[in-house]
Design a protein around this ligand. Structure first.
Ligand code: AMP
Length: 418
């Protein structure tokens, strides 16, 4: 083969692409239940949009962005996440003024990461953003919508990990405490933590290294440093999730990778994913709209990784063996039969029955073999004799039974069996 897809990318090809499409269909059913409307933004944006909002010191901005200059020398970046673009579109389209304040999106994101299982350089996210409501109920709605979406997909036993990262005031006080408590012992920390302690201190808390984790066990918790209003909000979110029957666990070490988060931070993980175990995550970003030049507008959202959702689904709720299990295979033997089969296929599709037409050359045996290989539920066979008798031979590919059915009645008969 001359060409391969670039490292860290992959094609969505059958049979997996069927589950992929089904996921989008479930999203199109679930998120509108919350009044969320679809939002599509360009896959590239001005680089500034991301550097300013995500934070210069974040992994994404410091080493993972696909940034390039266009022919006029403008710096553009393939979007590494969806929230910054959603906020831009919300403001640029003056959506808030029209009362549109809740959205969902589905699209590719790009990060230059080291590819491994569950981590690629182009991946898809499905995300949700809610603008304008500062109360804990909108956090609960966002989290509950992710929970419902996963449930409708067929995922079970997921638990939401929940934390609060406070507001700039109480978080600032906490970071000062953190720094002073670690001041004398930075030599014990890993290199990354030492770097982060100066540049992005909160991120040390989610270091995966055992030695660092142990050292941090004795540190005070961020949640015990929350100011009154942040504490009250956090309690409200917990009470809301409990009453909506969304299982959650407090995870005091959870801090999200990006600078823009305030108060609620959450993640959904799965034990079926190995090292890259996060299915999705999100939180509140009450200051971002204003930072983009808009009016003060609280907001909350999440993004989930489509490939990871599909990986878990594959392990826990396998798709049917054949993507064609609802289809019938309509095989014509000869030219007269071909015209008949074309007419029949039209009527089948009118009735909502997927139909694969085979009017090509080849023996009956060959056509039956193909139908069986594709996993179609039935094969319809029309030859000269059948055209003459106005009948179709219908072979049930599951039981192997054959039956001659009136050409006029075949659609109803297949519909009943569907
Ligand atoms: P993040 O925006 O980093 O919080 O990511 C949200 C979700 O997107 C994660 O929980 C993953 O499911 C997915 N995700 C993030 N980065 C990647 C990647 N490089 N490859 C595949 N999925 C990813």
């Amino acid at each position: 083969m001359k060409y391969q897809a670039p490292r860290g990318t992959h094609d969505q090809i059958p049979p997996g692409s069927v589950a992929w499409k089904r996921l989008q269909t479930v999203a199109d059913r679930v998120f509108p239940l919350y009044g969320m409307l679809p939002l599509e933004t360009p896959v590239f944006e001005h680089t500034d949009l991301f550097t300013r909002s995500l934070g210069e010191e974040t992994d994404i901005v410091s080493k993972e962005m696909y940034t390039f200059q266009d022919r006029k020398g403008r710096s553009l970046t393939l979007r590494p996440e969806g929230t910054a673009s959603a906020v831009r579109a919300y403001l640029q389209g003056r959506l808030g003024e029209q009362g549109f304040d809740r959205f969902y999106y589905f699209g590719p994101m790009f990060r230059y990461e080291r590819p491994q299982a569950g981590r690629t350089r182009q991946f898809y996210q499905i995300g949700v953003e809610l603008f304008g409501d500062a109360g804990p109920s909108s956090d609960v709605e966002v989290i509950e919508s992710l929970h419902r979406f996963c449930h409708e997909l067929g995922l079970r036993g997921l638990v939401v990990q929940l934390n609060s990262v406070g507001c700039p005031e109480c978080r600032g006080r906490y970071v000062a405490t953190l720094k002073s408590q670690l001041a004398g012992c930075t030599d014990d920390l890993c290199e990354l933590c030492r770097h982060r302690l100066n540049r992005n201190p909160l991120r040390i808390l989610d270091c995966k290294k055992a030695a660092c984790r142990e050292r941090y066990q004795s540190l005070p918790l961020l949640t015990s440093h929350l100011c009154g209003p942040c504490q009250e909000h956090f309690q409200g979110v917990q009470a809301g999730l409990t009453s909506m029957e969304v299982p959650f666990r407090l995870e005091p070490w959870l801090v999200r990778g990006l600078d823009y988060y305030t108060r609620t931070a959450f993640e959904v993980t799965s034990e079926h994913l190995g090292a890259q175990d996060a299915l999705g995550g999100g939180g509140r970003y009450d200051l971002l709209v204003e930072q983009f030049g808009g009016p003060p507008t609280p907001a909350v959202g999440f993004a989930a990784g489509v490939e990871r959702l599909l990986m878990v689904l594959e392990k826990t709720a396998p798709e049917p063996a054949s993507p064609h299990e609802r289809s019938v295979y309509a095989a014509a033997l000869g030219d007269r039969a071909a015209a008949e089969v074309m007419g029949l296929s039209r009527r089948l599709r009118d009735a909502g029955i997927p139909c694969l037409v085979d009017t090509g050359p080849g023996s009956l045996k060959k056509k039956l073999k193909l139908s069986s290989k594709l996993g179609c539920r039935a094969t319809l066979i029309v030859g000269d004799d059948e055209v003459e008798a106005r009948r179709v031979l219908v072979k049930d590919m599951g039981t192997g039974e054959q039956e001659l059915i009136d050409l006029e009645g075949v659609v109803n008969c297949l519909k009943e069996k569907a």
